[in-house]
Design a protein around this ligand. Structure first.
Ligand code: NI
Ligand code: MN
Length: 222
C-alpha cells in the first residue's frame, strides 16, 4: 500500500484495488504540484468545507465517479453539486468495500453552515491510518488511541489555524501512533514550519518515527 503526498493536506492512499483521496486542494495550491485532471480515485474524504480542504473534490469526484465521504452537512452540499456521497458523522463507523472508516472530532470550523469539522480513521489493507484534518489538540485523542490501534497518524503542524509542532508531538503521544506524518505546513508563510525539528523532537522524546514527505513523494506503508 502506497501513500502519496500532494501538498498541504492532500494524500492519495493506494492499494492494488482502491485509491482513496484526502482533502484535494490542488488547483489553487500555490506550489501547483498536480492538476485535478491527473488524479484517479475511488473515494474522496473531505474533512471540512474550507477551500484548502474541499478544494477540487467535487470536480475530481465527478470525473472519477468517486464517492465523497464527509459529515452529513458537507456531503449533502456535494450531492447538490451532482456528486455521489456517503454521509457520516462524528463517532460513527462504517464498513466500506475497501475497509472501515471512523469519523473523528476535529477542533476546527466546519466551513459549511450548521456542520462540524472532522477527521477520519481508515482501516484498510491491514493498516489503520488517522487523518486528523484541521484540528487543535484535544484530550480525547488519548481515547482515539485506545479505541483504534493507529499505525500512521497524519497530523497538521502548521500552527495558527491548527496544532503547531509542539502540540502535534503531544498528540502523537496521546494517540499512541506507531508512525507520524506531518501535514498542513509550508503552503503559505503563515504556516511555515521546520518539519525536521518536529521529527527530531517526536523521535527523541517519544521514540515515534516521523516520515517527512515532500510534495509528490510516496511512502510505502508496510
Ligand atoms: Ni480549515
Ligand atoms: Mn486548512
Amino acid at each position: 500500500m502506497q501513500l502519496q503526498f500532494w501538498g498541504h493536506s492532500c494524500f492519495l492512499l493506494s492499494t492494488p484495488n482502491y485509491s482513496l483521496l484526502f482533502d484535494p486542494f490542488l488547483r489553487d495550491n500555490p506550489h501547483q504540484l498536480i492538476q485535478p485532471e491527473s488524479i484517479k480515485c475511488d473515494y474522496i474524504f473531505v474533512s471540512h468545507g474550507h477551500h484548502d480542504h474541499l478544494g477540487d473534490a467535487i470536480e475530481i469526484a465527478k470525473a472519477n465517479d468517486a464517492q465523497i465521504v464527509a459529515t452529513f452537512e458537507l456531503a449533502s452540499m456535494c450531492e447538490t453539486s451532482g456528486c455521489r456521497i456517503h454521509p457520516m458523522h462524528i463517532g460513527g463507523k462504517h464498513v466500506f468495500d475497501f475497509g472501515s472508516v471512523r469519523l473523528t472530532p476535529a477542533l476546527h470550523g466546519a466551513g459549511v453552515s450548521g456542520g462540524l469539522a472532522s477527521g477520519f480513521i481508515v482501516s484498510i489493507f491491514g493498516k489503520t491510518i488517522y487523518f486528523a484534518g484541521d484540528t487543535g489538540i484535544f484530550g480525547d485523542m488519548q481515547l482515539l488511541g485506545r479505541l483504534e490501534s493507529i499505525d500512521y497518524a497524519l497530523l497538521p503542524i502548521g500552527d495558527n489555524f491548527t496544532m503547531g509542532p509542539t502540540d502535534a508531538a503531544e498528540a502523537a503521544k496521546m494517540l499512541n501512533a506507531k508512525h507520524v506524518i506531518p501535514m498542513h505546513y509550508n503552503t503559505w508563510p503563515l504556516i511555515a514550519q521546520n518539519a525536521e525539528t518536529f521529527k527530531q523532537d517526536v523521535e527523541a522524546r517519544f521514540s515515534i518515527p516521523v516520515h517527512i514527505l515532500l510534495p509528490g513523494q510516496t511512502l510505502s506503508l508496510d
